[in-house]
Design a protein around this ligand. Structure first.
Ligand SMILES: [Zn+2]
Length: 337
């Protein structure tokens, strides 16, 4: 019989090197799984590449591993990684053909991998971080909701009529693209992006697809186009900013199961009565986000806002059509050096 019980480490704040991150089983400290899969590390030469953690400590992609029992590693993590690896080898089309739930789990595992690393550190009585995420009840509630849907990695689970996240897949033109691999995540807003060769996946992890609907018209402009890396920066800025002003946490409910059931069905609810779904969109703070994403091109915020309350777009022209950008010329685009 299929075991449909979900594990909840938040119930007893069970974060340690001796508990599997996915099922809670007691393990030895040698039993671990890489946050960034071995195939990813090999393909993009990431083993020695540095990675900044939330507490500002530095690790490498190769060294970042999380506690994981052999069963979860072999039966849940490896098969998923194999599927994503095969899909990614087919580029954009391959990743688009992959079930969205799989992509969610794949991204979710990497996101949770960095989060749980932080939670394990905070559980250490010798470490007293200045801003412990585990001491923020609102954040903990959000992480706990996320963990419920992440359990779909292990427990056969159907999301009744939703996907927990918003996924944006875009293709990047290689002409002026210097980074074969790029990765970024925001622990508190749960925004995530990863670039694998010519494909970038940008994701807001716990919004039940609301951000994708909100950015629908904009996202459609990018489909079937090859974006310049500057345009990708704008996609990231829009999604990361939307996740930043996203103001609600979806709740998930398990439908009761009976013996013989092979999968768990999850329903969801968003309380949009007590809270507005989005905090107000503010041009200046969005421009700040865009400036952050455009750091490699040193474009300053004042250049992004030629007029008050207006932020320029590298993707949409004034009549809301796609602006092709085969090359980026700062002076030409911004009208000044
Ligand atoms: Zn396990």
């Amino acid at each position: 019989m299929t075991d449909l019980r979900v594990y909840d480490p938040f119930e007893k704040m069970q974060f340690s090197a001796q508990n599997c991150f996915l099922c809670g089983t007691s393990i030895t400290s040698e039993q671990r799984t890489p946050v960034f899969a071995t195939w990813l590390q090999q393909q993009y030469n990431l083993q020695q590449k540095e990675l900044l953690l939330l507490d500002k400590s530095v690790t490498t992609f190769g060294d970042l591993t999380i506690p994981c029992c052999d069963n979860c590693h072999l039966h849940h993590i490896i098969p998923l990684e194999e599927q994503v690896e095969a899909a990614a080898a087919q580029g954009l089309a391959g990743l688009q053909a992959l079930e969205e739930q799989k992509l969610f789990q794949w991204i979710g595992k990497m996101y949770y991998g960095t989060l749980v690393t932080e939670l394990i550190k905070e559980a250490d009585p010798l470490i007293r971080p200045e801003y412990a995420v585990s001491e923020n009840p609102k954040m903990l509630g959000k992480f706990r909701s996320f963990y419920q849907v992440l359990q779909s990695l292990r427990v056969p689970m159907v999301f009744s009529d939703f996907l927990p996240c918003s996924l944006f897949l875009v293709e990047v033109n290689s002409t002026e693209d210097e980074l074969p691999f790029e990765y970024q995540d925001e622990l508190t807003t749960m925004a995530f992006s990863i670039k694998l060769g010519s494909v970038a996946i940008v994701c807001s992890l716990l919004d039940n697809g609301i951000i994708k609907r909100a950015l629908g018209r904009f996202y459609r402009l990018t489909q079937g186009q090859q974006l310049h890396p500057v345009q990708l920066a704008e996609v990231k800025a829009r999604v990361f900013y939307a996740a930043y002003i996203f103001n609600v946490v979806p709740e998930y409910f398990e439908r009761p199961t009976k013996p013989g059931d092979e999968q768990l069905v999850l329903d969801t609810l968003i309380d949009d009565v007590t809270n507005e779904v989005f905090n107000p969109w503010e041009a200046t703070s969005y421009a700040h986000m865009l400036e952050e994403m455009l750091k490699p091109w040193s474009i300053r915020k004042q250049h992004l806002m030629p007029e008050l309350n207006q932020v320029i777009s590298f993707i949409a022209d004034t009549s809301d059509h796609f602006k092709p950008m085969p090359h980026f010329n700062k002076e030409e685009v911004l009208g000044h050096p």
